[in-house]
Design a protein around this ligand. Structure first.
Ligand SMILES: [Zn+2]
Length: 249
């Protein structure tokens, strides 16, 4: 009987440790707002750079077409300029002049567009370069925020390890059957093996205990489980009710 009470008291303590571990694990998975913002900003910056690089690629492709057009129009222009020397009448002369005008315009347009593209590419490249250049103050403050979060995570890990160690020590003192029961429940019941009885009900699933079950929980002479959620039931003040067992636990 004393052994069961002692086990129940140890299980209450164990549950508290596992609750604390669960809280710390949540903290560890929840980076502070600054870290999340920093991450979002990095993603955004990367996307903007990629968009600019894509724009450059498109402009370069267009530039190639424009250059081809320029070469072609230039060749036509030279062809008609040669032809101009061989015309024999006014009608032919007018026609050649028209062709020369047309080809000249084509060359001019291609050159103008090529220059526009070259400027746009140069501008984009400057912007990319500017964005890539580190901004020392900002980088330093970012590093500080990241370092603080890394340190905090490390601290949390240490605390979790210490608690796990503490839990192991208590588990070693439980009777083997109680230990395996507790650990099995802990695993199958989302980290909650023990439930406190409040106002005659299981505090975790709110199942109302029948009076005689309540009595058995109050006596703490055996391990009683909730008829609904199967967790081990205890009184919230079990340590005060059984100070001797609490002291020996
Ligand atoms: Zn329950």
């Amino acid at each position: 009987m004393e052994n069961v009470r002692r086990d129940l008291i140890l299980m209450v303590r164990l549950q508290k440790i596992y609750d604390r571990i669960a809280e710390l694990l949540v903290d560890q998975r929840t980076p502070p707002t600054e870290i999340r913002e920093l991450h979002e900003e990095n993603v955004r910056r990367k996307q903007e750079l990629e968009a600019m690089e894509e724009q450059i690629e498109q402009l370069r492709a267009e530039e190639e077409e424009v250059r081809a057009k320029e070469v072609e129009s230039q060749a036509e222009l030279e062809h008609f300029q040669k032809q101009k020397a061989t015309v024999t009448n006014e009608r032919e002369f007018t026609a050649v002049i028209n062709e020369i005008d047309f080809a000249t315009k084509s060359v001019e347009e291609a050159v103008a567009r090529r220059k526009e593209i070259e400027e746009a590419v140069a501008q984009l490249e400057r912007e990319i370069e500017q964005r890539r250049q580190s901004r020392p103050e900002e980088e330093a403050s970012h590093r500080k925020v990241v370092k603080q979060w890394e340190d905090r995570k490390h601290e949390l890990t240490e605390s979790i390890h210490a608690l796990a160690h503490e839990a192991r020590a208590i588990e070693d003192r439980l009777q083997p059957a109680s230990r395996s029961r507790f650990l099995r429940l802990l695993k199958s019941r989302q980290g909650k093996a023990v439930s406190v009885v409040v106002d005659g009900s299981c505090s975790l699933c709110h199942f109302e205990l029948r009076p005689h079950v309540q009595q058995r929980v109050y006596r703490a002479e055996e391990i009683i489980t909730c008829e609904h959620c199967r967790r081990i039931l205890v009184l919230p003040n079990i340590e005060e009710l059984f100070p001797d067992e609490a002291a020996s636990g």
